[in-house]
Design a protein around this ligand. Structure first.
Ligand SMILES: Nc1ncnc2c1ncn2[C@@H]1O[C@H](COP(=O)(O)OP(=O)(O)OP(=O)(O)O)[C@@H](O)[C@H]1O
Ligand SMILES: [Mg+2]
Length: 505
């Protein structure tokens, strides 16, 4: 489809033939069009080919390519644009402006919703949203107001995505007749399926085998292309429209106010993601806000400590009131050594923790919850997870965190639970009375009246009691055993912290 001849007569071309859904997208003029299908069907290539063809046809065209974060676009769409779509004789990449500039004056501006800046004050003829399911409907509507160019005979916002949950706003928008959805299939990508024979190519067989290995909703969406929600989502109270918010309206700035107490929560991992979350607590409403996160595989704890230290230097954030960790003794010891501050073992009861998080997610009469996730809080993206279409943040885990066999209040499936665990730990700490570093320091100074952080019902430091005669012990139930273990761990932590700070009881 794209061809050009260089001055010396040498033919330069990048051939592209659209098939199926891709062809339909090329021809469409509807104001809002979404090309949707399973993984690897050629959706993004089709959208970018359309933009390139229009840029060549209409000199002076203004195009915006946008995704949720600029970083994710760099890792995906821009590579295709550069390698496969744009012929170097036609356009150059102006890195400082973040745009492709064509010889004929057309331009493709590239941006992330996380750093829109002045991009939103410009006007465009056509906008392409990559992986539109990652955006909120507000973002989408905001983008449509930027479609004011006069070079193209029509205005259009095109988008692509893999299917998401069955009640996603994109589906509702299509049902309301505002958005046209075009289906995209593996047969539309000649790299996977030979268009002449209809047979899988060797690359296609390999690729499909990977998709066949997926399970649950991810199989349904990425292999079969279905809009489905997981059965039995644990946090069914969670609603991205309520709980996933931007920092600006929440705090009036990038970071929570300095006087709001901070808490860090950690779920160790190496092959599985290591999750570190920074939370702030609004002292008035007691609502918790996750405002920074590291969600990353293949990181040693030493490296994590360096990343967190660099983040502290960059943002001016200080050590929090408490660092709550899962019970990985080695990980905790390394963190302690590297950061120079002690950590606290989390209260691990899954059932209680889940209930505590659920309570916080509930929305009151004024539409307010008590637990929020700040959008785009990631401090270092994980390209491996991104490429593998695995969750890359706590918010992406939530809709994949499900009850075993879909049975409510049973046990959650041990998958996509890393951010979930960290969220549980911080909630348990705040709501079920954990000890903060400040309190421990206060006990060391002999002030025993402090309460545990954040909870009016939390226990104060236990006073030594005269020992009653040992009663005959009935057998422990599993719940009692779990609680006793937690109390023992809690006590060990407290003792360790006191020792670490040089305090004697
Ligand atoms: N018609 C085509 N001709 C040649 N190559 C194609 C064609 N369509 C897609 N491809 C190639 O197939 C690969 C996958 O395409 P693309 O990234 O567009 O898929 P996608 O549907 O956007 O995938 P995902 O669901 O992962 O976002 C790319 O390398 C792309 O260049
Ligand atoms: Mg794509």
């Amino acid at each position: 489809m794209n061809e050009s001849s260089s001055a010396d007569g040498f033919r330069v071309e990048k051939l592209y033939h659209p098939y199926g859904g891709a062809k339909e997208l090329m021809r469409s003029h509807e104001p809002e069009v979404l090309l949707c299908g399973p993984s690897g069907t050629g959706k993004s290539r089709a959208a970018l080919e359309k933009l390139n063809a229009l840029c060549l046809k209409y000199p002076g065209l203004r195009v915006l390519v946008i995704r949720k974060t600029r970083e994710s676009l760099t890792q995906s769409g821009l590579v295709t644009l550069d390698h496969d779509v744009i012929v170097p004789e036609h356009a150059v990449w102006l890195a400082n402006r973040g745009e492709w500039r064509y010889r004929n004056g057309s331009r493709i501006v590239v941006a992330g919703m996380d750093k829109v800046g002045k991009i939103m004050s410009s006007e465009y003829d056509i906008i392409y949203v990559q992986e539109a399911t990652e955006l909120l409907e507000d973002d989408w509507e905001h983008l449509t107001t930027r479609l004011r160019g006069t070079t193209l005979p029509y205005h259009q916002i095109i988008a692509d995505c893999n299917p998401s949950g069955s009640s996603h706003w994109l589906l509702r928008r299509a049902q309301a007749g505002k958005l046209k959805i075009i289906d995209s299939r593996h047969e539309d990508n000649p790299r996977l399926v030979d268009p002449r024979t209809g047979e899988y190519t060797p690359e296609g067989r390999d690729y499909l085998a990977k998709l066949d290995a997926l399970t649950g909703v991810r199989y349904q969406r990425l292999r079969l292309g279905r809009w489905v929600s997981a059965e039995g989502i644990v946090f069914n109270e969670y609603d991205a429209n309520v709980h996933l918010i931007a920092a600006q309206p929440a705090f009036g700035g990038e970071l929570p106010p300095a006087h709001w107490p901070r808490l860090w929560s950690i779920d160790f991992g190496y092959t599985h993601p290591f999750v570190w979350q920074a939370w702030a607590k609004d002292p008035e409403t007691e609502a918790l806000y996750r405002f920074a996160e590291l969600y990353h595989t293949n990181l040693l704890v030493e490296k994590v400590a360096d990343i967190i230290t660099a983040w502290m230097n960059r943002t001016g954030e200080e050590f929090p009131e408490a660092i709550i960790c899962d019970h990985d003794a080695e990980g905790r010891a390394t963190l302690r050594d590297k950061l120079g501050v002690p950590t606290i073992g989390a209260k691990k009861s899954v059932a209680l923790g889940i209930q505590a998080v659920k309570q916080r997610l509930l929305v009151d009469g004024e539409g307010k919850a008590r637990l929020y996730l700040i959008r785009d809080a990631g401090i270092m993206p994980d390209a491996t997870l991104f490429e593998a279409k695995q969750p890359t943040s706590t918010e992406e885990e939530i809709e994949l965190y499900i009850w075993e066999d879909g049975v409510k209040d049973s046990t959650p499936v041990k998958a996509h639970d890393h951010g979930m665990d960290a969220m549980r730990y911080v909630t348990m700490h705040v709501d079920k009375g954990g000890w903060s570093l400040e309190q421990i320091a206060a006990w060391g100074r002999g002030e025993s009246s402090l309460k545990a952080s954040g909870s009016s019902s939390a226990p104060a430091k236990p006073e030594p009691q005269p020992k009653p005669p040992e009663p005959e012990k009935p057998a422990e139930t599993p719940e009692e055993k779990q609680r006793r273990r937690e109390e023992e761990v809690e006590e060990m932590n407290r003792q360790a912290l006191l020792r670490a700070r040089g305090f004697k009881e």
